[in-house]
Design a protein around this ligand. Structure first.
Ligand code: MN
Length: 129
């Protein structure tokens, strides 16, 4: 999984710092965006292997961003994992309907998180054959 890059889209500074630290500790090159527009700008230049996507963002939300990514053939193979708030009922279904491959519930379980990310990346490798 070396050189497997991850884009984190998260407007909450604490969650952004936490997820970035956890993923960098695993050795993944990480880029970050604080909103969907920033994320789209980054995605124009380079497609990561996985997008960790907060659903609740200022302006364009994570669901709309996921839909746009899925409409872009250049980004077809990227894994999208939604970050959903435990209290927000329906977020999970909405995330899958918008094209996310799965979701991780906040607050993040820091011990389980790296394994979850690894499994999402591995499932995508399998899918690609
Ligand atoms: Mn948020």
């Amino acid at each position: 999984m070396k050189d497997t890059s991850i884009l984190i889209v998260e407007d909450n500074p604490d969650n952004l710092a936490l997820t970035r630290m956890l993923l960098q500790f695993e050795g993944y090159p990480v880029r970050t965006a604080e909103d969907a527009e920033q994320a789209l700008h980054i995605l124009e230049a380079d497609c990561p292997d996985l997008i960790l996507l907060d659903i609740q963002l200022p302006g364009m939300d994570g669901l709309e961003l996921a839909r746009r990514v899925r409409q872009n053939s250049a980004l077809r193979n990227v894994v999208i994992v939604a970050l959903t708030a435990y209290a927000m009922q329906g977020d999970e279904e909405n995330a899958l309907a918008a094209g996310c491959d799965g979701y991780i519930t906040k607050p993040i379980d820091t011990r389980a998180f790296p394994g979850m990310i690894r499994r999402y990346l591995e499932s995508n490798t399998t899918k690609l054959g």
